[in-house]
Design a protein around this ligand. Structure first.
Ligand SMILES: *[C@@H]1O[C@H](CO)[C@@H](O)[C@H](O)[C@H]1NC(C)=O
Ligand SMILES: *[C@@H]1O[C@H](CO)[C@@H](O)[C@H](O)[C@H]1NC(C)=O
Ligand SMILES: *[C@@H]1O[C@H](CO)[C@@H](O)[C@H](O)[C@H]1NC(C)=O
Length: 583
């Protein structure tokens, strides 16, 4: 008896010793693979084996579950630690990898003759410069040059990648690999609306003095005066302007044009003439003042509606040149941007981004890691807004990309991440109604967070069996809120034009919350941080419920807006004066 338990003990020891010493780096298992080439992309050519690129290894963050649990507490207005945001060092302590993960990944890289010198300060990302040949050996894959039909952009990506089995519990994701989304291919949620006549000049002049009631012209053309009357910000003058910052992420190479901003302010917001914004370029982003873009124009509205200084972060990269010996486009739209922000000592308290993609085009491992990075931003006290998308419950044929081509509603990412605040679109005034393109639905990746459980279950009860099987009842539901999304008057290349999209809605709501942050900072309170638990509970009365309209898509009439939360307009549109009393 004694002897046998002794030998069991020895065996166990032997197991521990050899798992550590004799690692089987050739015993690999698939980490992620696509069944079909992602929609819109086409294989074009092999990549020269000697081509070098930066590979990012996302090590499992040992305390991420604890960070998320903490985020839910500090975002809950009834919790004793409400709004007690974490410092950068505290967030890094949560996001650092376990020593075993670091050791395993270092040993694997060393086995391949690679050195893991370049790390984020938490150590949760390792960046290594590798040749395509080295990367293919490391990940048991084959890289190729793929071209995006609609944008013509070319990237270096793989259809699948594998890792030694031992590393699956230590590595969340490696990029670039199977996520094909790029700065250019992502959907921008805005469009020109040539069918809407821009405002004649005399009307613009009339709109300069915001009325207490919302002018009826706002039904077709939106000016700063319309938004200020609609969302009750007309009389608020920012007070903590040295502290409060609004960040606008322009992932594309579109930029805010200074000349157009001046024209815009002169026409629509004379009291703000002279206000400006700063532009932070990330990762070689361009700031070409000669080619104005539509997207950035929405920033003009934003930086001027609310009289807030805004910092605009433009992440971009030079396009990949197919004939070059050193193709460079291995950049990802999220990782550079988020790692840049997370490395700053101060981050804007409010952040808005107007890009997204069908959730199913983003690999689950990649989407999960990026979503957790939004939880890190929330923990630091930043409110993160994303437009909910411009295709209702789904655009195109809505077929799944798992080889089965099942028609399902197609949720959008990052709107589907439970740690961002997703913003849908409305149109018209007195009353506002849902705009038909307003993106909304239920995630197939992320579970429904508890903060929205009651609101969503009330909606689902009312819905009954409608659309059964087309969406995931247990998934994170969005949008959370909404705002105007059509007829925005902007200046592009010196001319007034109408633009629309939830790209306009997201900065509009961000503008309102940036004023609320301004108010709180002025009072000596911390910023609002992650707002979802707040807006679904004590602040729900600070929104005007939108109760009509729907968001058709996927060959259906979509969801219908009604009383309470709905997956078309969320909780409704913000009422600044009411929210001010609640925060
Ligand atoms: C529904 O969402 C959950 C997350 O809550 C996910 O695990 C599950 O796979 C989803 N189901 C479908 C059919 O998409
Ligand atoms: C705001 O600050 C005041 C004074 O420091 C404090 O009493 C109050 O609890 C804070 N409110 C919130 C919501 O944090
Ligand atoms: C603006 O606030 C006032 C006072 O709270 C309220 O009566 C009015 O309805 C609000 N307007 C909107 C559009 O929410």
């Amino acid at each position: 008896m004694l002897l046998s338990s002794g030998s069991v003990f020895l065996l166990a020891l032997a197991h521990v010793c050899c798992a550590k010493l004799l690692r089987r780096w050739d015993d690999v298992a698939e980490k992620h693979a696509w069944v079909e080439t992602p929609k819109g992309w086409q294989y074009k050519a092999p990549v020269p084996g000697g081509h070098l690129f930066d590979m990012k290894i996302g090590l499992k963050q040992d305390g991420i579950d604890a960070l998320i649990a903490n985020l839910m507490e500090i975002s809950d207005p009834s919790h004793s630690r409400y709004a007690q945001h974490l410092s950068k060092e505290e967030v890094e302590a949560f996001s650092a990898p376990h020593r075993d993960s670091v050791e395993a990944v270092e040993a694997w890289l060393a086995h391949h003759g690679l050195n893991a010198a370049d790390r984020t300060s938490a150590g949760d990302w390792i960046t290594i410069r590798v040749s395509v040949e080295q990367a293919e050996r490391l990940l048991n894959t084959k890289y190729g040059v793929y071209q995006h039909g609609p944008s013509g952009e070319e990237v270096v990506r793989a259809m699948s990648y594998s890792l030694p089995k031992e590393l699956h519990s230590h590595i969340d994701v490696i990029a670039p690999t199977t996520y094909f989304g790029t700065l250019r291919s992502m959907r921008t949620t805005s469009f020109l609306q040539p069918d809407i006549e821009p405002l004649p000049l005399e009307k613009v002049a009339a709109g300069l003095t915001p009325a207490a009631t919302v002018p009826s012209s706002c039904s077709t053309t939106i000016t700063p005066a319309c938004l200020r009357a609609l969302y009750n910000t007309t009389d608020y003058v920012p007070v903590a302007t040295k502290l409060s910052k609004l960040g606008v992420a322009g992932y594309l190479e579109e930029f805010a044009n200074t000349a157009d901003l001046k024209t815009f302010l002169k026409r629509f917001r004379t009291d703000a003439v002279g206000s400006s914004f700063s532009v932070t370029l990330i990762n070689g982003g361009l700031n070409t003042q000669s080619e104005p873009g539509v997207e950035a124009c929405l920033l003009y509205c934003l930086s001027s509606h609310w009289l807030m200084p805004s910092s605009i972060s433009t992440g971009g990269s030079p396009p990949f040149a197919a004939d070059s010996q050193t193709p460079t486009n291995t950049n990802e739209p999220y990782l550079d941007f988020l790692n840049f922000l997370l490395a700053q000592s101060t981050i804007p308290q409010t952040l808005t981004t107007s890009y997204g993609d069908d959730e199913q085009t983003v690999p689950l491992d990649y989407a999960t890691r990026v979503c957790n990075m939004f939880a890190m931003l929330g923990s630091l006290g930043t409110t993160v807004f994303f437009s909910s998308g411009d295709f209702g419950v789904g655009g195109g044929d809505c077929k799944t990309n798992d080889g089965k081509a099942t028609v399902l509603f197609q949720p959008a990412f990052p709107a589907s991440c439970p740690f961002v605040t997703a913003v849908g679109g409305t149109t018209r005034v007195n009353p506002e109604v849902a705009v038909s393109f307003s993106g909304g639905g239920f995630s197939r990746y992320f579970a429904q967070p508890s903060y929205q459980a009651t609101a969503v279950s009330t909606f689902l009860t009312g819905l009954g069996t409608k659309h059964n099987g087309l969406f995931n009842k247990t998934g994170r539901a969005y949008p959370d809120v909404s705002a105007q999304g059509t007829g925005f008057q902007v200046v592009v290349g010196g001319r007034i034009t109408s633009v629309g999209g939830t790209s306009a809605s997201s900065p509009t709501v961000a503008g309102v919350f940036s004023l609320l942050n301004d108010f709180r900072l002025f009072k000596g309170n911390s910023s609002l941080g992650f707002i979802n638990p707040l807006i679904y509970s004590t602040a729900v009365s600070g929104f005007t419920d939108i109760t009509s309209g729907s968001n058709p898509g996927c060959g259906t009439n979509g969801f219908t807006a009604g009383k309470g939360w709905d997956p078309v307009t969320g909780l409704g549109t913000p009422n600044f004066l009411a929210l001010q009393k609640l925060v």
